[in-house]
Design a binder for this molecule. Structure first.
Ligand code: UD2
Ligand code: MN
Length: 334
């Protein structure tokens, strides 16, 4: 009987030891599973964080693709009218993605061309609002990497449309590596967004079918209104003439330059190339140039020394609006 408590104590110790061992085992197991689950979570988390990284890579690769020849968001024929007023505020509101200077480029692909749109300008604020209102959405749908340059002739001397185009070419290139140039009157609005504002294998005449001329080409060599030339095509003809002061003749001189260098004119068809012109009276400082017939008969002799290689002007002011860059210039006198 004396041994009973001893056995009991012994048993008790053994049980305690067992309980302790059990507890230790449980703790170790719990700790093991805790660490394991933590590790698993970390692995899952790191796998999860690697998912967006992978899709980012895919996205970046997608961004590298060049935009297609036929931009997918084009709608075709457009309703164009000038009976209600538009404001620059409205244009800004409707084109929130524009960058200062009226710049834009596609976000989902690399634009095929970098396009500078050059507009010769003086005292034409109302037509300019319509132009921006209609053209910004079109140019964005056409997936172009573009900027708008309004070249404003300072002073009251006769207007010089072609020289303003040359200045626009030179000034735009100071800002960005453009490879295509659109030369557009401020008052011409395309009626079909399939008329793409880019450059082609040959110099392009875009405004082939204007309401002003009963939606027909006035004559086969006509190159007025809206045209496009790649940098290479423009340099091949030494740019445009600088000495056509007043209305008319400069567009025929440009045609002669293109023709004399063995290039032809590319055009859209008469449906896609439809345009509306915002009605206006001729400005008092843009009277017909009386020299024009004599001048265009000598293009082939004068073009090598009169053009982008002989261009002189002074920049008076550069203004960066959200919708366009306005460059006021002193073009000199006749
Ligand atoms: C026609 C041609 C134009 C050009 C011109 C002869 C059409 C549609 N257009 O224009 O491409 O060949 O004849 O030089 O046939 N401008 C101003 N402020 C002025 C004057 C002119 O901003 O005070 C700019 C403006 O961009 C205007 C462009 O020069 O759209 C041509 O002048 P216009 O529209 O007064 O003459 P228009 O329509 O006869
Ligand atoms: Mn006009």
């Amino acid at each position: 009987m004396r041994d009973a408590p001893v056995i009991f104590i012994h048993l008790h110790r053994t049980c305690s030891l067992l309980v302790l061992l059990c507890l230790l085992h449980i703790s170790v197991t719990v700790i093991y599973y805790m660490i394991r689950s933590e590790l698993t979570e970390q692995i899952v988390a790191s796998e999860e964080s690697s998912v967006p990284a992978v899709s980012n890579v895919i996205k970046t690769e997608q961004k590298q693709d060049t935009c297609p020849d036929s931009p997918p968001r084009l709608v075709g024929p457009l309703w164009v009218e000038f009976s209600y007023p538009v404001s620059l505020g409205l244009v800004g509101f409707e084109n929130p993605a524009l960058q200062p200077g009226g710049r834009s480029k596609p976000t989902d692909c690399i634009a095929q061309q970098k396009v500078a749109v050059i507009i010769p300008f003086r005292d034409c604020d109302e037509p300019l609002k319509y132009w921006l209102y209609y053209l910004h959405p079109i140019l964005q749908r056409q997936q172009l990497d573009y900027g708008i340059y309004v070249i404003n002739q300072d002073g009251e001397d006769p207007f010089n449309r072609a020289k303003l185009f040359n200045i626009g070419y030179a000034e735009a290139l100071k800002e960005y590596d453009y490879d295509c140039f659109i030369f557009s009157d401020v008052d011409l609005i395309p009626m079909d967004d399939r008329n793409i504002y880019k450059c082609y294998n040959q110099p392009r005449h875009l405004s082939v079918s204007m309401d002003k001329f009963g939606f027909r080409l006035p004559y086969a060599q006509y190159f007025g209104g809206v045209s496009s030339l790649s940098k290479e095509q423009y340099l091949k003809i030494n740019g445009f003439p600088n000495n056509y002061w007043g209305w008319g003749g400069e567009e025929d001189d440009i045609f002669n330059r293109i023709d004399s260098k063995g290039m032809s004119i590319s055009r859209p068809d008469g449906i896609i190339g439809r345009y509306r012109m915002i009605h206006h009276d001729r400005d008092k400082n843009n009277q017909p140039n009386p020299q024009r017939f004599k001048q265009i008969s000598h293009t082939r002799q004068t073009m090598a020394r009169d053009g982008i290689n002989s261009l002189t002007y002074k920049v008076v002011k550069i203004e960066k609006d959200q919708l366009f860059t306005k460059i006021t210039v002193d073009v000199g006198k006749p």
